[in-house]
Design a protein around this ligand. Structure first.
Ligand code: ZN
Length: 434
């Protein structure tokens, strides 16, 4: 405990040196265009990027204002990452979970579900009860047993706004009318609705709202590539062009499929990026967890059998993702951590590597992990880009992730809400927790 306190103290001390930072001679990955701006200096004042230019100019403009100089020669700077598919843990684990995002360079998270009551977490966040935390977009989650008349939907929109939720996540749907009432009301009140593909049960059978309708009614993002694979492959082209036409985002979370269906069994999972960066104690925990899970599933053969059975569904999903990418549809990176081998925060790296493996270019991946998320919340000029006037929530990396997406794991520093964190310090904190 003592060690933890000491390190906490150092981190806080590091951050208290100045709210203003001058990042010197860094290579900028601006995200609003696919280019690297070499040897630039960036001034961040009160959490906002106030100047970008050569060091002498920026230094001159900064004079008079107290600031900390970060010598970043040869390093790369880009906007902090956004994890668009997060499940919050129970109350006792949340502050650790939030800190983990910062440790991984994630400065924005979209909460898709939560064990803890989101309203109480939101209140604590407002009262600054979490000293190390990304920016959080909270959601009102709608479950399958909730039905809404038009009036009820209208008052729900009012509550959503009043409570400080950023959007509605549809987890499950009770009936067809509820879908239409929610979507019509959300449109009138400018509330974002997104989530699982809308499917309800009728007479014991699963009924899909047609994709045409879902897209047309302004469902903002579809999670897990739901819906598409329920159609024959010959329909994919049409569905993808409809997705593009109605500007609907997709948050594929393919790492969920990969891990849940043991697609990397028996050995390949050991090549995951997080294996090389997380403390050995964590890896050991995962290994023993996995061993037990395999036993519980009925042994090696059973695991291989179910893995192979899922392969065709997975291939279909990948086909959809490739087509969405080729048609320039809006994509979002979501970690959807929760299983063995998936660590909060760091799992966005895995999702990024997954996308790279199927041929999505690195620039699109980085944009999907930053500015596309801002665009989702209609804040695309406010964050997720490195330019004057944007939020100064950034990460500084040793190596260029545009060259190799795995370089995303070389984050050295994160600045979030005007506070500077050395990522290796946060990692140490994590080690002590075990
Ligand atoms: Zn989820």
């Amino acid at each position: 405990m003592k060690k933890v306190l000491v390190i906490y103290f150092q981190i806080l001390a590091l951050s208290l040196i100045g709210q203003n930072y001058l990042i010197k001679d860094v290579n900028i990955i601006p995200i609003y265009k696919n280019e690297v701006l070499r040897k630039q200096s960036i001034l961040i004042e009160d959490g906002v990027i106030s100047q970008i230019g050569n060091y002498k100019e920026v230094k001159k403009l900064a004079s008079g204002n107290k600031h900390k100089v970060i010598n970043a020669k040869g390093n790369y700077v880009m906007p902090g990452l956004a994890d668009m598919h997060v499940h919050l843990a129970e109350d006792s684990l949340i502050s650790f979970q939030l800190q983990n995002y910062i440790a991984a360079g994630v400065t924005n998270i979209r909460v898709m579900d939560s064990k803890a009551n989101q309203l109480s977490v939101l209140a604590k966040k407002r009262d600054a009860k979490f000293p190390i935390s990304p920016n959080v977009f909270f959601s009102k989650v709608i479950k399958r047993d909730e039905s809404y008349s038009k009036n009820q939907a209208d008052s729900l929109m009012f509550t959503v706004k009043q409570s400080g939720f950023s959007f509605i996540k549809l987890f499950g749907l009770s009936d067809e009318n509820t879908f239409f009432n929610l979507m019509n009301s959300a449109k009138e009140h400018h509330v974002i609705v997104c989530g699982h593909y809308p499917i309800y049960r009728q007479f014991g059978k699963a009924v899909m709202i047609s994709m045409d309708t879902v897209l047309k009614y302004g469902y903002k993002s579809i999670e897990h590539l739901g819906g598409y694979t329920n159609y024959p492959e010959t329909e994919f082209e049409n569905l993808v062009s409809q997705t593009k036409k109605w500007n609907v985002f997709n948050c594929p979370t393919i790492d969920w499929d990969i891990i849940s269906y043991d697609l990397l069994y028996p050995d390949e999972y050991k090549n995951r990026l997080t294996y090389t960066i997380l403390p050995q104690s964590k890896i050991d925990d995962w290994e023993s967890e996995y061993e037990k899970a395999i036993e519980k599933a009925g042994g090696k053969e059973k695991v291989i059998e179910s893995r192979d059975k899922y392969k065709s569904t997975y291939d279909k999903k990948i086909k959809v993702l490739e087509m969405l990418y080729e048609s320039h549809c809006e994509l979002l990176i979501g970690g959807d951590a929760g299983n063995t081998f998936q660590e909060e925060g760091y799992n966005v790296y895995e999702e990024m590597v997954n996308w790279s493996k199927i041929g999505i270019d690195n620039y699109t991946i980085l944009k999907s992990a930053t500015n596309n998320s801002a665009h989702f919340f209609e804040q695309d000029s406010e964050w997720g880009v490195i330019k004057k006037g944007a939020k100064g929530d950034i990460i500084i990396l040793d190596k260029n992730p545009l060259e190799d997406i795995k370089n995303i794991a070389t984050v050295k520093y994160t600045i979030c809400a005007g506070v500077l964190y050395a990522n290796s310090d946060l990692m140490k904190l994590k080690e002590y927790k075990n």
